[in-house]
Design a protein around this ligand. Structure first.
Ligand SMILES: [Zn+2]
Length: 231
């Protein structure tokens, strides 16, 4: 056989082997063990609360007073805060957020709200545009999305697979869409330790709530960590 013919034969063998390996990857090359769910957009039911010119002006005044930001827009979301409603129904939480009156705790306007409420059956409702600040966490409203879950304790939500699953899918999708780090998905009770926490009103600098403690959030973050961002 001439050298050229030998080279052609070797090339043909190499191509055939390469083709076979591409068609039938070996077990060690198979990605099955590393496949993680991607964070796709979950089904979201739009149920906007009234957020007209008056409430926007109130939100802007709040942002000026508490953060020194002259704007009601949420421009650089870096944090997602998980909450539970301390109500038994979606309707009760929705009614509280829809009503633009001073809140019972701090007596300020606009009324409190959250971008989303996840109901007990896993239905995800969006109440507020993702481009607008919402009053849900003192010190973080300037940069945080708020996700409320209908329930009275974290344990209750962790034990409801449909609701917990919906919270994880919604949080993962939001996190990936806005490039929010996993460590910045926090529970309301973790607000004071966030590096993004800021508050100009001295009497509110240590104010937080009891919902979703660090211990309660630890399994949630572990589960969120199993999702990868698409693309
Ligand atoms: Zn809360």
């Amino acid at each position: 056989m001439r050298p050229a013919a030998i080279a052609a034969l070797l090339l043909a063998v190499a191509v055939a082997v390469g083709w076979r390996e591409a068609r039938w990857p070996t077990a060690s090359a198979a990605p099955a063990a590393h496949v993680r769910p991607t964070a796709g957009r979950p089904a979201i039911v739009q149920r906007p609360i009234p957020f007209g010119a008056k409430r926007r002006a109130e939100m802007r005044a709040y942002a000026r007073r508490h953060y020194g930001i002259d704007d009601f827009h949420l421009r650089t979301p870096k944090v997602i805060v998980e909450h539970y409603t301390v109500t038994d129904t979606f309707q009760a939480a929705y009614a509280t957020f829809a009503n633009d009156v001073p809140d019972v705790e701090l007596h300020e306007l606009p009324g409190t709200c959250a971008h989303f409420i996840v109901d007990k059956d896993g239905t995800i409702y969006q109440l507020v545009s993702l481009t607008i600040m919402c009053r849900h966490t003192v010190g973080l409203n300037w940069t945080a999305f708020g996700i409320e879950q209908v329930g009275r304790t974290a344990r209750e939500i962790l034990n409801r697979p449909a609701q917990y699953g919906a919270v994880v899918r919604l949080t993962s999708w939001l996190r990936c869409r806005y490039g929010i780090a996993l460590r910045n998905v926090i529970g309301h009770n973790e607000s004071l330790s966030s590096p993004y926490h800021r508050e100009n009103v001295a009497s509110l600098r240590r104010q937080t709530h009891g919902d979703w403690t660090h211990t309660e959030m630890t399994p949630v973050r572990a589960r969120l960590g199993r999702y990868r961002c698409a693309g």
